[in-house]
Ligand binder design. Structure first.
Ligand code: UT7
Length: 332
């Protein structure tokens, strides 16, 4: 027992839509091939959410219902909903509010976090700070993206990478030493130009011109982003381990953002963590932006044991990046 309130993940849910886009499917749309995609990224297929008129909220609801059930939470008990997404249902209101209404969380407030691929870590740390005050007992953290809504399937530099999916966790107070222990979050807006959506915001509102110029989709200068991602994601993962006196042998799992298998391998190598202790699902789901880390935790949940040391790490547009050290709080 410690006398400090920590925030622990007490339930995890994940979901991906059923429709699959394989590398062979993309070969029909752009000049690419399976061998290039697999060797440069590690991705074989990704999911796409095709429900007409539905957005990120509807896509991720199965994961949220699952988390409420697994954590024995009644909707009215939820204090705070924080949704990390780069593809909100609307510019406003926040997707977190739509989620609150959908589940009937009448005592909760909520908002969205926009930090591209690092959003889930930013949201997790934000949520944990609220729990640590002692005032908030049930914080629902969601990370999800319908990337297909902002991907140009004629741009081979981006369409091969992204997929749709997401997940959610419940954060609750614990005093047994498990839960979120430490985090490092960083951002540098000088990197904005290399990974962004050019139009649709207040600087360049939607117009016929912006639509014709295909400016409502992700634009990425991949090689530059790759360089920053490899260095920064690995660096913060190593730093959070070092300042908590953790060596590779102490770590049960590295949970990296799934953007590119080569970036994941570089992070594993920098921290000394062997690849058999690295959560990986990029092969099946690609880069689901805010969805990758919850989807990993969801898929590996059965292998996690109470007290396991986990390092979560991410890098994304912004630039944004960060690492979280947590002790897993339950056996499933
Ligand atoms: O999740 C948030 C942050 N995002 C990331 O972390 C993504 C970071 N970037 C990456 O993962 C990689 O940069 C990509 C996977 C996007 C691209 O891989 P790369 O090894 O950096 O390729 P590149 O852009 O440097 O291009 C190398 C070559 C070029 O041809 P030339 O100029 O050498 O003739 C490209 O035109 O590969 C070509 N290329 C392709 N070829 C076949 C680029 N995309 C493709 C493609 N299929 N899809």
């Amino acid at each position: 027992m410690s006398n400090k309130i920590q925030a622990a993940i007490t339930a995890i849910g994940g979901c991906v839509p059923p429709d699959i886009i394989t590398n062979a499917d993309l070969e029909k749309l752009v000049e690419t091939n399976d061998e290039w995609i697999v060797s440069r990224t590690g991705i074989k297929e990704r999911r796409v959410y095709r429900e007409e008129g539905k957005g990120t909220m509807n896509m991720v609801m199965p994961a949220i219902w699952d988390v409420l059930a697994k954590s024995n939470t009644k909707p009215e008990e939820v204090d705070f909903i924080i949704c990390a997404t780069t593809t909100p249902d609307y510019v406003f209101p926040a997707t977190a509010n739509l989620i609150g209404a959908e589940i009937g969380a009448k005592n909760a407030f909520g908002y969205d976090v926009q930090a591209a691929c690092s959003g889930f870590l930013y949201a997790l740390v934000t949520g944990s700070q609220f729990v640590e005050t002692g005032k908030f007992k049930k914080v629902l953290v969601v990370g999800a993206d319908k990337m297909s809504s902002i991907v140009n399937y004629h741009d081979r530099a981006t369409c091969i990478i992204f997929g749709d999916g997401g997940g959610a966790v419940m954060l609750e107070p614990t005093m047994d030493g498990n839960g979120i222990c430490d985090s490092i979050l960083r951002s540098d807006g000088n990197g904005a130009q290399y990974l962004m959506m050019d139009a649709g915001g207040s600087r360049r509102p939607p117009s016929h011109e912006t639509v014709d110029a295909k400016q409502h989709v992700v634009r990425q200068e991949g090689a530059i982003v790759f360089k920053f991602a490899v260095t920064n994601m690995a660096e913060v993962a190593a730093e959070v381990m070092q300042r908590n006196n953790l060596v590779a042998d102490d770590i049960a799992w590295l949970v990296p953002h799934q953007a590119n298998k080569r970036i994941i391998e570089a992070t594993a190598s920098r921290t000394g963590i062997s690849m058999d202790k690295v959560m990986l699902n990029i092969e099946k789901f690609g880069n689901t932006t805010n969805g990758t880390i919850p989807l990993c935790l969801w898929e590996y949940e059965k292998k996690l044991k109470k007290g396991d040391n986990l390092i979560l790490a991410a890098f994304g547009g912004g630039f944004t990046w960060g690492a979280v050290y947590l002790k897993w709080a339950y056996n499933s």
